[in-house]
Design a binder for this molecule. Sequence first.
Ligand code: RBF
Length: 202
Amino acid sequence: MHARWNSTLIAALLDGTLKTLKASGVKPENIVVQSVPGSYELPLAVQRMYQASQQQNSVLPGGGLVSAATDLLGGSTTDLTAMGSKTSESAQQKPASVEVEGNGGSKQPFDAIVAIGALIKGSTMHFEYISDAVSQGLMRVQLETGVPVVFGLLTLLTEEQGLERAGLDEGRKMHNHGEDWGSAAVELGVKRRGWGEGRFVE
Ligand code: RBF
């Protein structure tokens, strides 16, 4: 799941995240990407998106309940809720592509969700309030739902800091943090599945 503010950074971070997810063996059709206007919207969107993934197969055509087992690396669903548009600069613009690569993919609940946003400090206290609310909100969502929510929120003092963390610095020497977020999603998704079955996967 991603916010659409600071879209250049977001596009690179999303690319990095997707790259690592796929390199880790997650099937593209099991990855769902959705976007929201800004970072402030991420906690609710992540919470509701996870609930939607639970609903999609909670009832079989015959009315039977389906177990919530997931299969991150096998035939399953990984959810990456990342953000969207590669071109929009503000929340006013049309949600870029709400890509749903997961068509035809697993209907199981998401194994993990990556919440991606980039907050850049301005001259008022806005940045502090949003950063704090989103950080606390995402932690709350993951503890309340039990699904790993990877913290892909950059809280930046300058845009330059964001370019460095998205691997877009001039010399292209810096690391794209999105790649780490993809790895964290896979690791936590696999571990959580193990914990759910009384196993400790390392
Ligand atoms: N959202 C972001 O994701 N990153 C930002 O840097 C950002 N800066 C904002 C600055 C101002 C002054 C305002 C009013 C909103 C900003 N937002 C930003 C959008 C915010 O997360 C949210 O989408 C809106 O406040 C609507 O709830």
